[in-house]
Design a protein around this ligand. Structure first.
Ligand code: HEC
Ligand code: CU
Length: 398
């Protein structure tokens, strides 16, 4: 892939910022950036990662120059510290942040986090104050009795009482992941590395993939399991994580209180492309949700126009239908995601790419570059006009 491809695939800023940044470090920054805040990779996250990347670059260049190793170290240290602080701050808001809650359960968890961190910080300050006092302010010999009292009182009793109280309070407000919902049940199954999604309705399951839509203000029951390895289902803006096991069902109950698009992420290491296993969550007004679900339940419409019809022929010729289902057609494959309405999704490849027309052709031709170990072969032998026709057909599946 050339540099152009790289930036077209998105998030190609690292090679630009620092061509010499090692692949490992680039991956790490990339990963931090992605898990912290997805869309701001080009904004605050990129700035932070960029500072980090530049400091790593210039540091190596400066060692050859007049700057002494020591000065370089402290400069790089300050920059790295500032970058870390920026990264941490960048993680506090956005559509994939547990500290920017958009639902009841996430709010409880954010409160719990704040109280725990504040309590820990107060304790830390008190202990260090005490330490400072006995070593610097008043470094006198202490009677054995007072010393014993400090060890037992400050080292055993106080932590027991404090941690006990925090534990009891934490357990009392912890969201119940099993609590009954308001009716809607969504089954999600973890795959390598994407999500099978089924909405239960009285008329039968509505099958979709890699995206979840839910009505605002209603508690939704998620029924989770996995196909081969353990994954973890996590929508930080809406609530806590829940593991997905092969052969065992787990439940998670979530309520979104604000309409919007959030981002979920697999939170259990599940193989090479674990970090690329994400999904979009759209919390919609209930009426809009009902209309969307009715449309999602319908089979795919016929191709509209010449390019789309050619795309459909290529889809059949290349055997895509052996892995993908498009309801209402002869394509019935069950290996990969259902594509019946793939054109209306917000992302491709489980959050890997956007869903613009050109993203479709990029995905189809470069699956293995985009997602190491992916179970869809790259169709890079197809000429660009065939890729474009395929993209037109798939984008037309609204
Ligand atoms: C061997 C099975 C297989 C074949 C053949 C195959 N795919 Fe896929 N496809 C997959 C799998 C598995 C995924 C999910 C990959 C991931 O995200 O990890 C996928 C994902 C996709 C997606 C993204 C869907 C989404 O929800 O994000 C599109 C679009 C797609 N395939 C189109 C095609 C087209 C077009 C062809 C034929 C040119 C094709 N596929 C051939 C298995 C296959
Ligand atoms: Cu996973």
């Amino acid at each position: 892939m050339g540099r152009d491809d790289e930036s077209r695939l998105g998030h190609g800023f690292l090679p630009d910022v620092c061509p010499r940044l090692s692949h490992g470090a680039a991956q790490a920054v990339h990963f931090i950036c992605h898990s912290a805040r997805w869309e701001e990779c080009s904004g605050a996250g990129a700035a932070a990662a960029g500072t980090f990347g530049t400091s790593a670059c210039s540091g190596r260049q400066e060692t050859g120059g007049r700057v002494t190793a020591r000065r370089w170290k402290s400069k790089a240290g300050t920059r790295a510290g500032a970058s870390c602080a920026l990264l941490l701050l960048a993680a506090c808001s956005g559509r994939q942040s547990a500290l920017d809650p958009a639902g009841e359960d996430a709010e409880t968890l954010a409160l719990m986090f704040t109280v725990m961190v504040t309590a820990a910080a107060i304790l830390w300050l008190c202990l260090n104050g005490l330490f400072f006092y006995v070593t610097r302010v008043s470094p006198r010999r202490m009677s054995r009795k007072l010393a014993n009292g400090l060890v037992i009182g400050g080292g055993i009793l106080m932590p027991l009482v404090l941690i006990g109280a925090l534990l009891a309070w934490g357990l009392s407000i912890l969201p119940d992941h099993d609590q009954p919902g308001d009716g809607l049940v969504i089954r999600v199954q973890g795959e390598q590395w994407w999500w099978r999604v089924a909405y239960e309705t009285p008329e039968g399951d509505v099958i979709s993939a890699n995206e979840i839509r839910m009505p605002v203000g209603e508690r939704v029951s998620f029924v989770l399991d996995s196909h081969r390895v353990i994954h973890s289902f996590w929508i930080p803006s809406l609530g806590g994580k829940m593991d997905m096991f092969p052969g065992r069902q787990t439940n998670l109950s979530l309520r979104a209180d604000e309409a919007g698009i959030y981002r979920g992420q697999c939170a259990e290491f599940c193989g090479a492309s674990h970090a690329w296993m994400a999904f979009e969550v759209e919390a919609m007004e209930p009426d809009a949700f009902d209309a969307w679900l009715a449309a999602e339940a319908a089979p795919a419409g016929p191709p509209d126009g010449g390019a789309e019809a050619i795309g459909r022929q290529i889809f059949a010729r290349e055997g895509c239908g052996g892995c993908h289902e498009i309801r209402g057609t002869e394509f019935q494959g069950q290996v990969g995601p259902d594509l019946t309405h793939v054109g209306s999704r917000h992302s491709l490849g489980a959050g890997r790419l956007g869903a613009r027309l050109e993203d479709f052709s990029t995905w189809i031709a470069h699956t293995d570059d985009l997602k190491p170990g992916v179970e869809m072969p790259p169709f890079d032998h197809l000429p660009q006009e065939e890729l474009t026709a395929l993209a037109a057909y798939l984008k037309g599946l609204q």
